[in-house]
Structure formats: C-alpha cells, structure tokens
Ligand binder design. Structure first.
Ligand SMILES: [Zn+2]
Length: 468
C-alpha cells in the first residue's frame, strides 16, 4: 500500500493542535511529523487550515438490530456515524431482539452486522436479572463491558435490575475487570412524582421534567457508589443529566473508586426553559434540565468530573414520537444525533473557551478508554488506526433532513445553525464519507476486547483486536 500524508495546519494530536503530516500506511498511522518532513514518495492530501481530528468513538448508541430495523439498523446507524466523523460505535444491548444478554444473542448480532457497517463497531453485553452465568462467557467472547438499567428501560424485553439483582451480578462483573455501564435513575422518586401528576397536562415539557426529578438520579448514584465501594468494579454512569450529582461523584473518585462519567450533547446544548410544549422530539431520559444545570455540566467537563460525551443515539419511527398530539407521557424517549454531534459540541464548546483538543478528548479518547479500544482508536499517534475526521471549523451547518443519515431523519435540532462541518471521514486510511457521499462498500469491522481476568491483570493492559 502507498504511503499517504494527511497534512493540515490544525492536526489535533494528544500533545495539542499543531501543523503536522500524518503518515498513513497499511491502515495505521506510521508517524506524525512536521509537514516539511513529509517523505517525497508519499501521496499528499493537504487540507490547509481545515482541522484533522481523530475518528470519533461513540460508546453509547442504540443500533436496534436485529429485531427493530424499522427503528434503525447497522447500515443506517453506521452511515449516520460516518457522516458525523465517527469511526467506532458501541451498541447498547437493548432494543434489539434478542437483547444482547446471552452468547446466542451476541452471535445473532454479529450475523446481523456482517457486511453492513460503514464504521467499526462493538457490542456491550447486558446485565439483567438472572443472567450472571452469561457474564464471564460474554466477556470471553469479546464484549468490552456490560450495561444495566435501574429503571424500566421503555421496552419490556430488557429487564431492569434491583439492588438484589446487582448484588448477584456484581461479583461476576468485577471478576471480568470490565466496566458496568448503568442507567442511573431509581424508580421510587419517579413513581412518586408521576403519581402527583395524574391530572397534569402532559403536552407541557414542565410536566415531564417534574416526573423525573434530580432526586431519581441522585439516589441511584448514591446506591451505585455504595455498591462500587463494596464490590470494587469499574462503575460507569451513562448520560448524566443531574449536575447535583457531580460533588458526590467527585468525592467517590477521590476515595479511589473506579468511576467514570459521560454526558450527552443534548444535555449540553438544550435547556428545559427553551423546549416548547408538545416538542416530544426533545424527550429523553433522564430529562434535559434547566439552564443553570446545563452550565454546571459544562463545569463538570472543565474540572474533568465528567470524562466524556457520547450521543446516546436512540432513534425510533417518527410516529412513536407522538408528534401530532405532542404528549410527553406516551412519546418514545430518545434523541438521535450521530450526524450532527460534532458541530453541536463544537458550537457550544468554543463559546465557552474550549479547544479542539478538549473535543477530541471528550468524543474520541474518552469513549475509546471505556470501550477498551484505546490502543487502536481515539488518538492521532503512531500505531493507531488511521481513523481521521476532516472538520472545517470555519464553515457552518444548518441541520436539515439531508444532513441526517439515520433511518428516520427527525431531530430536535432541525433548522439550527451550527459551527463546523465534517468534510470527510477516513476509516483505517480509506475515505468512508466525503461531502454527502459514502464511497465504496462497507468496511467496518467488529472490535472485540479480550481482557484477562482481574487476578491475572495486575499491571498489564487489556489486549484488544479488531476482527472481520
Ligand atoms: Zn441509551
């Protein structure tokens, strides 16, 4: 294969943003050098002032295949991802049928994904009541970690866990050394709040917000920290919305507990005050809270209590959003944003003084760490996969149906003007998206994480590999 040199005056490396030539051969980054030191025989792709970031990694995506391809699927989710600058997605174990809670289900998912993916992918395993025996087996088959819900997840095929179920599962999870991702809301506070809202107007966003109070997140996180202290597993809090939990999380980490935290672009961009009544496209769980809460989440990113940002891309057929009646009680909760998450985050981040390095840490390196692919993905450095996003920070994007590439192009961001446009995305050195087109056939592979058991792990890193 010929040596390629990707040149820009703004290459986002782990050491900062600088002019550089990224030398690529055999799908990998061979080196990052000053532009004038580009070897004479290299094929040059010079992007001038347009930035080059590492391919983004999203460890929180609902692909919904097999079983619910009318909602989304590998072909459409990975197409939307490629257009958004992502090069690896990790699929959540629910909404697909069967849910990824057994080895058989993981096998079915692998078959479903085969030949369809425009970006690399991996699959979380699910922890549900009674599947402890599957945990070690799923880990041995390469899942990078596990996900569970402390509250009903909106569909019946994936069962929430109680504290007792967690007590049964956690020794098995801890044994694998892999992270447990938890949807942290406890039902009690939500049931109590919802009961008081029986007569309320559910077309009002304020009603929905009241039904899912901060307290539900706080009590869940409190319980999880207690369990983390006892069972010593890697706890990962998905989609943190309640900024009130940040001091709790900060204190738990300073004790030395292995806790990581993510939030999502919608919590960092939208605010409860500006969501119109009936705007069920903005429904997600936990809910989008007020303006002050949003700013405290940004502070959580600044002081690194929040490690990274993922989309929680969770699409559904538009009719499930109950757009005509605008009822927040019956509408499906979920926001799909793979194609526009980078401009959304860039727009909000530069307004608060953050840099492209911060964006790369939040949207590439951080999620790659969680998924265990941090030796292959998430950085522009020698030895890494040549996954690159060509991102024009000087251009603007107006969100429209034609800029969304998931199956049903509905979005709460429609019509918004955002800063930054993804010009192209490269997966292992090959262009997979270029201004509106998807050249070539799907090249995405599955990433499998092969970890050693915790007792063997001492001092060594997990091994990882991508397989066809
Ligand atoms: Zn989710």
């Amino acid at each position: 294969m010929t040596l390629q040199a990707f040149i820009s005056r703004q290459v986002v490396t782990p050491d900062g943003v600088r002019p550089a030539a990224i030398l690529v051969e055999d799908e990998r980054i061979q080196g990052v050098v000053e532009p004038e030191r580009t070897p004479a025989h290299a094929k040059i792709l010079d992007f001038g002032d347009v930035a080059i970031l590492p391919g983004l990694v999203d460890s929180h995506v609902h692909i919904n295949e097999p079983g619910r391809t009318e909602w989304e699927g590998f072909a459409t989710a990975t197409r939307a991802a490629a257009a958004g600058g992502y090069t690896l997605l990790v699929d959540m174990p629910l909404n697909c049928l069967p849910a990824t809670t057994t080895l058989g289900a993981l096998q079915a998912k692998r078959q479903a994904a085969h030949g369809q993916c425009r970006v690399d992918w991996a699959s979380w395993g699910g922890v549900v009541p009674g599947n402890q025996a599957e945990i070690a087996a799923l880990a041995a088959q390469g899942v990078p970690g596990f996900k569970c819900f402390l509250i009903h997840p909106g569909i019946d095929e994936f069962t929430m866990v109680t504290e007792q179920d967690l007590v049964a599962a956690l020794p098995h999870v801890a044994q694998t050394g892999l992270p447990l991702l938890v949807h942290a809301e406890l039902p009690a506070d939500i049931e109590a709040s919802t009961a008081k809202l029986a007569e309320a107007d559910w077309s009002r966003y304020a009603t929905y917000l009241q039904s899912r109070p901060d307290a539900a997140e706080l009590s869940a996180i409190h319980l999880l920290i207690t369990l983390c202290r006892k069972y010593r597993f890697h706890l990962h809090i998905v989609h943190l919305s309640a900024s009130e939990a940040l001091p709790l999380l900060r204190a738990a980490r300073s004790e030395g507990l292995a806790i990581s935290v993510e939030t999502c672009p919608h919590y960092l961009h939208l605010t409860a005050e500006t969501i119109p009544d009936g705007a069920t496209l903005c429904k997600c769980a936990p809910p989008i809270r007020g303006h002050e809460n949003r700013e405290r989440l940004w502070e959580g990113l600044r002081d690194r209590t929040i490690d990274f940002v993922v989309t929680d891309h969770s699409p559904c057929p538009p009719e499930m959003k109950c757009l005509e009646e605008g009822n927040f009680k019956s509408a499906w909760g979920g926001i799909a944003s793979l194609s526009v998450a980078l401009p959304l985050m860039y727009t909000e981040a530069v307004a608060r003084g953050f840099s492209l390095s911060d964006i790369a840490r939040w949207m590439a390196e951080g999620p790659a760490n969680l998924a265990g692919c941090h030796l292959h993905k998430g950085r522009i450095a020698a030895g890494y996969d040549a996954d690159l996003v060509i991102f024009d920070t000087q251009d603007e994007l107006v969100v429209s149906e034609s800029r969304l590439y998931h199956r049903h192009p509905v979005s709460p961001y429609m019509g918004q003007k955002l800063r930054g446009v993804v010009r192209a995305t490269y997966l292992r050195g090959t262009v997979i998206f270029q201004t509106g087109s998807f050249p070539g056939h799907p090249l995405g592979r599955e990433f499998r994480r092969y970890s050693l058991s915790r007792s063997q792990e001492a001092g060594t890193d997990v091994a990882g590999a991508t397989t066809a």
